[in-house]
Write a protein that binds this ligand. Sequence first.
Ligand code: ZN
Ligand code: ZN
Length: 386
Amino acid sequence: MPTLELPPELIAETVAIRRDIHAHPELAFAEHRTATLVAAKLRALGLEVHEGIGGTGVVGLLSGGSPGSTIMLRADMDALPMPEESAVPFASQNPGVMHACGHDAHVAMLLGAAAVLRERTAELRGRVAFVFQPAEEGGGGAAAMLADGLIERFAIERAYGIHIACILPTGVIGLRPGPLMAAVDQFDLVVEGLGGHGAMPHRSVDPVVVAADVVTSLQRVVSREVDPVEPAVVTIGAINGGTTYNVIPPRVALKGTVRSFSTATRDAMEGRIRRIAEHTCAAANATCHLDWQSSYPVTENDPAETTFVRETLVAALGADRVVEIAPIMGSEDFSYFAQRVPACFMFLGAGDDAHAFPNHHPAFDIDEHAMQTGIRAHVAIALAAR
Ligand SMILES: [Zn+2]
Ligand SMILES: [Zn+2]
């Protein structure tokens, strides 16, 4: 494979773009400034640009010098609804919104790859679709782009995506064939009791005690009802009820997230949680209402595509830069692309002693050197694709 050394101006430009986007984070489906910036950069490179796909999604098309298939390289653009507590000089100027998941770097890396590939179209076979999607953080922007005809309109045959992660050292790519990230579902559960005086519990049905029982009993879903060799999580992330010391409230509201790695387990979770919640409430003369919300499916890496990516990146970056990782209980809406075409999703390490906070931490920041590896990985995959 020809050299993948990056010119210093390109590295500087990538850092500048990442910092600009970091300072101006935008929430799901509201990535207007970011999408405008992306479209302008792609147009300046001479790419064919399509905007407004699935909301604020942008696609840039680059055709190679010889025939081949169309692949997509994906970056997500949205930030998180949380205040930034990092001390970087380019911290968020949009209060309560922060790029704490590295999507700013994803955008900058993919624009960098487009710039490199623009200079090497003669070596490129087929076509590359640079896909900038909205709303990864819970909004399902990938599904919105698919519903808007992404695959059909651009005849996309395979999909690749890179996610920044400070749990891996800078410049190391982590991937695995098969299930990489979990399916996620969430639920609201309201326990209905009978309010009353805190000193006369026998005249009420205390939903606080019942809710505590429900939380404890739900711990048995994973420990007693899921195969011990299969990963699954039930977490109650919020429990709210009551106002003061001596009043038994009429109801308590809980919020939970459920992660799973197989269809069978995923499909069984709602029924298990409903059964335990309803019967625990019934035992105490309380009732409950469960509102189940299905979210992202398992992110499944195609085995052949994963082998292709691993061999390509070992050749481009070195064997010590490509590692096999264990499945992660986080979730990704890249999974929707992987349901439609053979795909490979991977993590890119951006952590060192100075950048050790995990994704979604208010002080999250990355070692920007990692973006060079991200660009080289995108470029190597595009040049090797057939
Ligand atoms: Zn995230
Ligand atoms: Zn993310």
